[in-house]
Design a protein around this ligand. Sequence first.
Ligand SMILES: Cc1ncc(Cn2c(C)c(CCOP(=O)(O)OP(=O)(O)O)sc2=O)c(N)n1
Ligand SMILES: [Ca+2]
Length: 528
Amino acid sequence: MTTIRDLTYDLLRRHGVTTIFGNPGSNELPFLQDFPSDFRYILALHEGTAIGMADGYAQATGRPALVNLHSAAGTGNAMGGFANAWNAHSPLVVTAGQQIRAMIGMEPLLTNIDATTLPKPLVKWSYEPARAEDVPLAMSRALHLSALPAPGPVYLSIPYDDWAKPAEPESLRLLERRVFAAGALDPAATAALAARLDRSAKPVIVLGPDVDAARANEHAVRLAERLKAPVWVAPSAPRCPFPTTHPNFRGLLTASMADISRLLEGHDLVLVAGAPVFRYHEYVPGPLLPPGAELIQITCDPDEAARAPMGDAVVGDVGLILAALADAVNEAARAAPQPREVPPRAAPGAALLTAERVLDLMDELAPRDAIYVNESTSTIEAMWERMRWEKPGSYYFGAAGGLGFAMPAAIGVQLAEPDRKVIAVVGDGSANYSVTALWTAAQHEVPVVFVIMRNGTYGALRWFAGMLEAERVPGLDVPGIDFVAIASGYGLEAVRVETDDAFAAAFARSLKAGRPSLIEVATAWRTP
Ligand SMILES: Cc1ncc(Cn2c(C)c(CCOP(=O)(O)OP(=O)(O)O)sc2=O)c(N)n1
Ligand SMILES: [Ca+2]
């Protein structure tokens, strides 16, 4: 007899989902029992870590990742991770164990009350099957839906007595299903779009995370080079869609209406690909576009297209559309953009290391194809100015700005990219939100280099307090945290450094160690 559990694991195998991230409770044990030897379970000590690892893994593999949480409490602990995954278009299948069907009505302990409401609106679909026999179809639907455009997290609440029930023979058909999304523009639409770009006197390209998710960076380069157009990265960037060393690269757009229009001033056509229009952050009112500018957005997300406050939009496969446009546009007659001004390397030997000096040392010492998972929130701008990211999948940041992403996501990314070095750059405030990730890294020997930038304060909030003229705000300092002791407590090798030579030596050691390690580096706080 094929049980619901047997068929579910077969479905997961067919989708290549053989890694399960999770933190179990009694409701989850029947799903996990007789755990198949061709699967691996990555235990997180907190559900925020579990979903963060799954998010990093899903984004780096480009395939659905499964995270199994404990009923309502586990789901609640993961909600910050849902926010990041939702904004990142991350294909996550999140399951939570539900109480036994015979008791749910009495709401005993561990009942996930109104389970499907809990994760909304941060999921594409949320479901608790009416019958045990419906679980395989629900899992099949969840796996397909999480990956179909726009990708995103889905949630299943499954009563724990369902797993041992027999699967209906007809549900075995689910194993054969293949679901593909089309998504290229028809030739006429491509030609019309290309013609509009060719007619533009001064086009500019703004790229978002879905270009990197589609691994379409090279098509964006070809299009920018043929159009001889400068390229900005869309604001609040959770990924790097264009080589920062390319002469057309201009940098990360500041995340306010007024600043974006100022930076794009003089352009008559703004082509946005793979990003919402726009993921603003600070409120600095101003024109949504510079005078005389038109905007065209290419997005995989119908809602992004529908909610944009200006311009035209095309919904489709971002990679296919960029590739077709790069083939269709003419070689522009104008001069190619001149390379941007890159800040000089920070001076060595300062009494207290500047963040810029740490970033420069990492950029110089790390392999060129290293991957940075960032949560040092006051140094984002400096990273985009200084770091040389050239390959797809070189940078990740929590897409909803929800802290607690980087440390676990770095583990997920490293599991997905064993041949590239993953470096988590985390502020001494952010490092506390999913600090349990250090234990999982140690237990599974995932060789992430965790760099904790210790400036003793919530730096980004200090900047915001200034911008918002919010004076005399409490709770902005985080002094006296000993990350070396914390890391050692979780079984991780760790070192504290105060000088650039000591940092360089420790960082070089960590890069070669082949096992996880943490470096706590004291940096001078300064307003970005
Ligand atoms: C889950 C969560 N809680 C709180 C915040 C608010 N927050 C907080 C608390 C920040 C300070 C982070 O400080 P840090 O030490 O990690 O980095 P910097 O000192 O470089 O800013 S930035 C920010 O948006 C958040 N984004 N996400
Ligand atoms: Ca800090």
